[in-house]
Write a protein that binds this ligand. Structure first.
Ligand code: HEM
Length: 146
């Protein structure tokens, strides 16, 4: 038994709960960005989407990412998962997902200022990233193929 002792399943539950909140936000934000992108930069709608995105990032995405990381790192320290193959891939995917989160928050600010550097089609394709990442991570933690 690791240093978390009987608290281990509670920490794991907290981890999965905040992962669900984080993933919910990661599924919503690219959708918001795709709608925002189609609004006229000078319209009131542009500012309405900017405010929706700002709230989603501030209230859901940022706090749940931090807590999913915090509880996840406690699990790593407790189990020594860092030495295991499945965890290396999970870690790489989760780092990528955190980068995607940061990139989306930055793109939301750009949209708010009226800039549109991507096509709507590209944005809609980026919508698939969180789903693919979640599938890989869940297979890594449950099947542990290596
Ligand atoms: C944010 C960084 C993350 C870290 C450091 C991390 C780390 C860990 C660790 C060490 C475990 C314990 C595995 C065990 O019991 O031996 C775990 C469990 C789990 N993680 Fe994460 N994780 C992270 C993010 C995620 C994400 C993004 C997802 C889903 C998309 C996820 C889904 C899960 C699930 C479902 C379990 C429970 C698996 C089981 O039944 O044992 N984690 N995580």
């Amino acid at each position: 038994m690791g240093f978390l002792g009987n608290a281990y399943p509670w920490v794991k539950s907290a981890h999965v709960i905040f992962v669900i909140f984080w993933m919910a936000g990661l599924f919503m934000l690219p959708r918001f960005l795709a709608y925002h992108q189609e609004a006229d930069p000078l319209s009131a709608e542009n500012q309405i989407w900017a405010e929706r995105e700002r709230r989603l990032i501030k209230i859901i995405l940022n706090p749940s990412m931090i807590l999913a990381w915090l509880f996840g790192l406690l699990l790593v320290l407790d189990t020594g998962a860092f030495g295991q193959g499945w965890f290396h891939l999970k870690f790489a995917v989760v780092l990528g997902l955190s980068g995607f989160h940061g990139w989306m928050a930055a793109y939301s600010k750009k949209l708010a200022q009226g800039s549109r550097t991507l096509t709507s089609k590209t944005l809609r394709m980026l919508n698939e990233i969180p789903g693919i990442a979640a599938a890989i991570v869940v297979i890594m933690v449950i099947v542990r193929p290596f």
